[in-house]
Design a binder for this molecule. Structure first.
Ligand SMILES: Nc1ncnc2c1ncn2[C@@H]1O[C@H](COP(=O)(O)OP(=O)(O)O)[C@@H](O)[C@H]1O
Ligand SMILES: [Mg+2]
Length: 281
């Protein structure tokens, strides 16, 4: 539980049955301004307010360049907000919070290590892996459907399998928060659909808090408890939508009227009211 004093003033907390439960992640008026080479500045993210509760999956969608990765990098502690605050795990992001893992678009496996050694790599950076660590790595490979691939080298695996291995690696230190920046963006459509369902399964079994950056409106609706839509230039939170579609979900969920309505709303948020009009010839 996080001390009430650590919640910044002026931030309305979501209503909850348990009065002392605080959000795991909170962005309060967070902004990031980058200096440019010409000597002026670019505002990447402005006055961004969002709270994320434990165990939820929230997606960040918005046009290219609207600041999605910048928000994710703030939460990862890779980037400090230039204005406002980022609160994570009960403290400010400036103090750091180690229980965060990131998955990027590319799996970035080390090519000279086999799959299980890649999964164990974050442990190896800290200490010598124990038999228990190796057992856990094997369990994670089972979780992501790679039980038989432990001894294979990365180049022997397809792109989807490599990304599965990267997800297993991200879980090896048992992080509370999983940040994913377009994790399926480099995969073909069918592999992507497969991994989307795997992610739902992984979430159901591990209960990680997941922030997913995606270009895909369908992916956001399918996977998320809530979708945060960002507007471009400078990046602000434009809409926040509760996705009330029963779980477990699968690709047939996309045919539900509610699913179609959520997708339409997000498309209109991004492209304006003309977005959903049919082209006429
Ligand atoms: N390190 C940086 N230096 C200068 N500008 C940056 C830097 N990182 C991102 N930007 C700019 O900030 C804006 C948001 O970028 P980004 O968060 O990567 O967007 P998205 O992930 O939504 O595509 C863009 O205009 C981008 O050019
Ligand atoms: Mg990005």
């Amino acid at each position: 539980m996080f001390a009430a004093s650590k919640v910044p003033p002026g931030i309305a907390l979501p209503e909850t049955d348990a009065p002392h439960v605080r959000p795991l992640i909170e962005l309060a008026h967070a902004g990031v301004t980058f200096p440019t080479r010409k000597g002026d500045t670019v505002v990447a993210v402005e006055d961004f307010n969002l709270t994320i509760q434990k165990e939820e999956i929230i997606s960040l969608v918005g046009p290219s360049g609207c600041g999605k990765s910048t928000v994710l990098r703030m939460l990862a502690g890779l980037l400090k907000p230039t204005s406002g605050d980022v609160w994570i795990g009960g403290g400010t992001q400036r103090r750091g919070f180690s229980e965060v893992a990131i998955v990027f678009q590319r799996a970035t496996l080390l090519p000279w290590l086999n799959i299980i050694k890649n999964v164990l790599y974050p442990v190896r950076v800290l200490r010598r892996p124990t038999a228990e660590d190796r057992g856990r790595a094997q369990e994670l490979l089972e979780l992501v459907g790679l039980a038989d691939m432990a001894e294979r080298m990365p180049h022997e695996l397809s792109g989807g399998m490599q990304q599965r291995a990267a997800i297993a690696r991200s879980l090896i230190l048992d992080p509370k928060i999983l940040l994913m920046d377009e994790p399926f963006g480099a995969l073909d459509a069918l592999t992507r659909e497969d991994l989307q369902l795997d992610l739902l399964d992984i979430h159901a079994r591990t209960k990680k808090t997941i922030l997913l950056v995606t270009h895909s409106i369908n992916e956001a609706v399918l996977l998320s408890d809530r979708v945060a839509v960002m507007s471009a230039g400078p990046g602000r939170l434009q809409d926040l939508i509760d996705i009330e579609i029963d779980k477990p979900r699968n690709h047939e969920s996309a045919a539900l009227p509610a699913f179609v309505d959520y997708s339409r709303r997000i498309r209109e948020d991004i492209f304006g009211p003309r977005a959903n009009r049919r082209a006429t010839s």
